[in-house]
Design a protein around this ligand. Structure first.
Ligand code: ADP
Length: 428
């Protein structure tokens, strides 16, 4: 587009200068030729006064000039003629404006007002309603080296200006046509180019989904085998084996969680998860989440609290909203040092349902507010890995909130704590 624009400007400028320069050159040649002719005539007749050749035949030919005037050094018109006599005052005003004894070319515009348009004898302009662009060339007339007057020849170059106008219109139209064609072709090409990319992306998503799905069964077999082995060994006698089994159980559980998160996200990408939309009381589900997380919180002496009305009715998918609460509470406990506090508030604000999880934890930097909702993003990788995070929890939380047409936000003060606020529309 930029090149096309530059091309239009260059073509237009070249045409403009080539045409005007040609006209100017022709007019310059003519005026100097005529000045020479007058000087020869004066010499032949031994006349130092231009009035002496007033009645001589002075020929102006070769160019369709619109007027010529020969003016002596007293600014009197000695000879002159014009295609449209009504324009004489106007033309003379141009001539006097630029009176000089040098060679000169100037461009003037005659505004065609009512006064000039009326009357007989048309000026040489194809359309009387248009202004006339006049190119005026002048040349000094000398007798024995002394300046005695000036000759002016004017030419109507309106046709050139009309040509420039049309060239510009045509170039702009062509420009639009080319842009349209270019946009059309690029859209078609990009659509074609997107086909393999889309299918590769789809295959990749399917692979993640399938792999996660396939991994779930061996992992659950592994977990039950570890449990079975744990039951068969004598923990008192074989302390080492018992420790190893405990580690194995932890790792298998972590892997199971990761695989289940990956599966959830892969399914959310391919839109294969159907969410329920039912009216239910969220309070019992919130209590259940708190109950199941209580042992972890207690191990860190974290106070876990719930603030909600007795019945907190919402509309949505119970399983997913419960998972959302679980993710937010789990994070709050994970990222709050021992002895802290984590609170879950269920509120109704106007026509909005709010789920708020507040903690007195490590806090989040402002620049990370958006990034933490990206997949696999962790503000502190080593710390997060140590406490069992793999950076998918908040991506799932965001997906759950968005499928419920809500929003999730975080506000935080580093070292003091964070608050995650989920706003869901109340469908009542
Ligand atoms: P992870 O499994 O690592 O916790 P998440 O997606 O749940 O993954 O969270 C992404 C990152 O956001 C975490 O690694 C952590 O850095 C930050 N984060 C989430 N919740 C909190 C919180 N309550 N306090 C401080 N940081 C948090």
């Amino acid at each position: 587009m930029l090149f096309l624009f530059l091309f239009i400007i260059i073509v237009y400028t070249v045409i403009y200068f080539v045409i005007l320069n040609t006209q100017e050159r022709e007019l310059r040649n003519l005026v100097s030729q005529e000045a020479g002719y007058i000087e020869t005539l004066l010499g032949k007749n031994n006349q130092s006064d231009l009035r002496g050749i007033q009645n001589q035949e002075v020929i102006f030919a070769g160019v369709d000039q619109s007027f010529y005037y020969v003016i002596n050094s007293n600014r009197e018109v000695v000879m002159g003629s014009e295609a449209n006599p009504r324009l004489r005052p106007e033309l003379l005003s141009f001539v006097y404006k630029h009176m000089s004894n040098d060679q000169d070319v100037q461009n003037e515009v005659i505004r065609m007002d009512e006064k000039l348009r009326k009357g007989r004898g048309g000026f040489r302009a194809p359309d009387q309603n248009q202004d006339i662009h006049m190119m005026i060339a002048s040349h000094g007339v000398y007798y024995k080296g002394q300046y005695i007057g000036q000759i002016y020849i004017g030419k109507d170059v309106s046709f050139a200006y009309r040509l420039f106008h049309w060239v510009l219109v045509i170039l702009i139209v062509l420009g639009f046509v080319f842009v349209g064609v270019a946009v059309f072709i690029s859209l078609r090409m990009s659509k074609r180019a997107m086909v393999p990319i889309k299918s590769a992306f789809k295959r990749q998503r399917e692979f993640v989904g399938d792999a996660s799905h396939e991994l779930r069964t061996p992992l659950s077999v592994l977990l039950s085998s570890v449990d079975a082995m744990d039951m068969t060994i004598d923990t008192q006698k074989d302390e080492m084996a018992s420790k190893l089994l405990a580690n194995m159980r932890e790792e298998v559980k972590r892997m199971t969680n990761l695989v289940s998160d990956l599966l959830t996200l892969a399914r959310s990408d391919s839109n294969t998860i159907e969410l329920k939309k039912e009216e239910f009381d969220l309070r019992p589900l919130a209590e259940k989440a708190i109950e199941s997380l209580h042992p972890i919180a207690a191990s860190k002496q974290i106070q876990l609290g719930l603030n909600s009305t007795d019945i907190f009715t919402v509309i949505g998918d119970p399983q997913r909203l419960s998972q959302l609460i679980y993710i937010l509470l789990d994070n709050a406990i994970k990222y709050t040092p021992d002895g802290g506090e984590v609170k879950l508030n269920l509120l109704k604000e106007g026509r909005e349902v709010r789920i708020m999880v507040q903690d007195t934890g490590i806090g989040i930097k402002k620049e990370d507010y958006h990034k933490i909702f990206e997949r696999f993003y962790r503000t502190d990788k080593s710390r997060s890995r140590q406490i069992g995070g793999h950076g998918l929890g908040l991506s799932i939380a965001k997906w759950i909130v968005e499928t419920h047409k809500g929003t999730i936000q975080v506000t935080s003060v580093l070292g003091k704590g964070s608050t995650f606020i989920v706003k869901l529309p109340d469908y009542d």
